[in-house]
Structure formats: structure tokens, C-alpha cells
Ligand binder design. Structure first.
Ligand code: ATP
Ligand code: MG
Ligand code: FE
Length: 354
């Protein structure tokens, strides 16, 4: 089965064709992503109105390009999948309407996909792993620890109570006068800095519940920066190093507790896996820390290739393809949802929870 996927929930417009064979193995036939970073950079963050307009302007062309790169026409597509939420409502409307229109015109089954489910199922496309597994999603809009028990069966173990981790990187960068997006800039500066010069808080560390919090860390950076004004390049580097060290320690604590929780829930899983996804997963220090933690605890550490960790349409097409194998198509009256928690899916379709 070949599925056309469409993603427009945030600041990437994307279209892709993915194939799922009878054994459940996936293959990406094309994967086109157009980032709007340059359009939003002057504002230091994503502007919803600009995002929605940009999606309208380029989506048709991207769908054609995805078909062309897969050497296909619409006739060769068996189903259409589009992100229906969560995300910025203007962009969601553009992608969902386009997906429905293509499906309706071509008389194809249509699947409305939860963006987070796309992230959650990606390792089954890239690494063919079985349920259940743990997912740490760390992006500009989300910070969640999810127990992926089966298809359509997700339990959110913890989430951020304030800022997302990528957002904390972006805001910290802005405070220090570094350009947007801030994550890669903070990482670069941190490499040159002295992580021991300043000590920043480790929010939530030691707490029993598995949630995250990053706004206190950002406030601590602001206070520190104010006392040091005017900031030298060395100050900026040292603050970035201290920030990243604090984030790494916090993640280490939250994740090691989650691994423990997984073992309690699934004592019989022989080789459990932790999957990371989201733009922050590009950070080498954080990745190395998580990798070490996993190898110490007997977990497989899986980080899909970067282009599949950040927003893309291959993950949406894949989620559609997985659903198509086990569930009826969605009806055309389904509406976009700016909020749509992952654990509010329909009934479990396959997996450990069923
Ligand atoms: P969503 O939250 O809807 O999935 P998004 O566009 O906000 O989408 P992504 O595209 O997955 O998120 O990732 C972007 C975020 O990742 C930004 O906040 C960016 O600063 C952060 N990021 C990117 N590279 C790094 C890095 N090397 N270190 C830390 N953070 C990074
Ligand atoms: Mg993005
Ligand atoms: Fe995303």
C-alpha cells in the first residue's frame, strides 16, 4: 500500500509518499520538506498567520514534487493521510482540506493523523521495532515522555508543565542575543564555554512524577545575564554551557525514572527501547547523555535520522499506512484540532495494550 502524506501543523510544509508492504515493512519513496525558518526568523519565533499563508502558497507544488520524485501519479496512491492536529489551526486547515480534496477527487481512503502519533510511530518505519517502547519527544512545541504500547495505544507518562525544551533553547538564545532558531546556536556556544563557572537550577530533578519544567531555568538565565551586563562572548559561551549542562542533568533524571517505570510496566520485554524524536534530539551532548544512560540500563537507544526526527510528511504517511492495515478510513467530516493529546486516540488497534 502506498500512502501520500501531508504535514502543515507548524512551520514546515511537507509532502511524502511511503510504502508499507504486507509484512508491515516501510519504505520512503519521496519526502519533501520546505522549512519556513527564514520567513519567521525576523520575529524570533513562528508567526501563525505567516505560516498559514506560506502553506497555501507551496503545498500544491510540494505534493506534485513528492509524486514526481516517487515516479508516480495520483492513480498509484492507495490512500491519503494528513495531519489534523495538534498545531497551529490555520496551517492544519490548509493541509487537512488539501488532503481531503485529493482523497475525495481520487476516491481514496483518507486518514486524519495526530502529528504526535506520526513522531511516535517513526521508529517502526526506520528501525522496524515492535511495541511496546518508550518515546521522548523534545521539539519546539512539545516535551513529552510517552509509553507507546501499540498502534492507537499511547500513554503520556509526563509532559512539560510550562515551556517545551526547544522553546527553552530558543528563548535562552534570544536573551543572550543569539539568532533564531536558538538550539544549534546554544549548542555551538556551549562547546566553547566553561560549564562549571555558573550553576543553574535542575528543574523537577528528583521528583516522583515524570513531568518536565523549563521556564525556571530560562528565568535563572535571564537573572544571571542581567547581573553580568554587558555580556562578553565568554560570558555567553559559559552561560550556554551551564544551560546545556542543566538540561542534560534534568533529562538524565527524568529519563532514568521513565526507564524504571517501563520495566515495571513491561517486565517481560527482553530488549526494551528508548526512542528520541524532535528537533532537540539533534543536540550532540544531550544525545550522548541519553545514549550512555540507555546502555547502562540495558535499553536500546534509537534516534531516527534527523530529517525524520523533525517535522516531515513521511511520518504522517507512515502513520496512515499503519492505520490503514488495521482500521477503517476516517470520514470526510473530521475537523482540525489545535489541541489533541496523544492519549485521546481511538481504541487500541494492535500491540501490548490490546
Ligand atoms: P513541533 O513541536 O510541532 O514538532 P517544531 O517545529 O517546533 O515542531 P522541530 O522542528 O522538531 O520542532 O524542532 C525545532 C526545535 O528544535 C527548535 O526549538 C530548535 O531550537 C531545536 N533544536 C534544533 N537543533 C537543536 C540543537 N542542536 N540543540 C538543541 N535544540 C535544537
Ligand atoms: Mg519546525
Ligand atoms: Fe513535530
Amino acid at each position: 500500500m502506498r500512502v501520500l502524506g501531508i504535514e502543515t501543523s507548524c512551520d514546515e510544509t511537507a509532502a511524502a509518499i511511503v510504502e508499507r508492504d504486507a509484512d508491515g515493512h516501510g519504505r520512503i519513496l519521496s519526502n519533501v520538506v520546505l522549512s519556513q525558518i527564514e520567513e519567521h526568523a525576523p520575529y524570533g519565533g513562528v508567526v501563525p498567520e505567516i505560516a498559514a499563508r506560506a502553506h497555501v502558497e507551496v503545498l500544491d507544488r510540494l505534493v506534485s514534487q513528492a509524486l514526481q520524485e516517487a515516479h508516480m501519479t495520483l492513480d498509484d496512491v492507495d490512500a491519503v493521510a494528513a495531519t489534523a492536529g495538534p498545531g497551529l489551526i490555520g496551517g492544519l486547515i490548509v493541509g487537512l482540506m488539501t488532503g481531503k480534496a485529493i482523497a475525495m477527487a481520487g476516491r481514496k481512503p483518507f486518514f486524519a493523523i495526530n502529528h504526535l502519533e506520526g513522531h511516535a510511530l517513526t521508529p517502526r518505519l526506520t528501525d522496524r521495532i515492535d511495541f511496546p517502547y518508550l518515546l521522548l519527544l523534545v521539539s519546539g512545541g512539545h516535551t513529552q515522555m510517552v509509553l507507546v504500547k501499540g498502534l492507537g495505544d499511547y500513554e503520556r507518562l509526563g509532559t512539560t508543565v510550562d515551556d517545551a525544551l526547544g522553546e527553552a533553547f530558543d528563548k535562552t538564545a534570544k536573551l543572550l542575543g543569539l539568532p533564531y532558531p536558538g538550539g544549534p546556536e546554544v549548542e555551538k556556544a556551549a562547546l566553547l564555554g566553561d560549564r562549571a563557572r555558573f550553576t543553574l537550577p535542575r528543574p523537577m530533578k528528583g521528583e516522583e512524577r515524570l513531568d518536565f519544567s523549563f521556564s525556571g531555568l530560562k528565568t535563572a538565565v535571564r537573572q544571571l545575564a542581567t547581573t553580568l551586563e554587558p555580556l562578553s562572548q565568554t560570558d555567553v559561551n559559559d552561560i550556554c554551557a551551564a544551560f546545556q549542562a542543566a538540561v542534560a542533568d534534568t533529562l538524565d533524571d527524568r529519563v532514568s525514572r521513565s526507564l524504571m517505570r517501563f520495566r515495571q510496566s513491561f517486565p517481560d520485554v527482553f530488549e526494551p527501547s528508548l526512542v528520541v524524536a524532535g528537533g532537540v534530539a539533534a543536540n550532540k551532548e544531550l544525545r550522548a547523555r541519553l545514549q550512555r544512560l540507555c546502555s547502562d540500563d540495558g535499553f536500546r537507544f534509537i534516534a531516527p535520522p534527523m530529517e525524520l526526527c523533525t517535522d516531515n510528511a513521511a511520518m504522517i504517511a507512515w502513520a496512515g499506512a499503519e492505520r490503514a492495515g488495521f482500521a477503517p478510513a476516517d470520514t470526510f467530516d473530521i475537523a482540525p484540532r489545535s489541541r489533541w493529546p496523544l492519549d485521546m486516540q481511538s481504541a487500541p488497534l494492535i500491540g501490548a495494550g490490546r
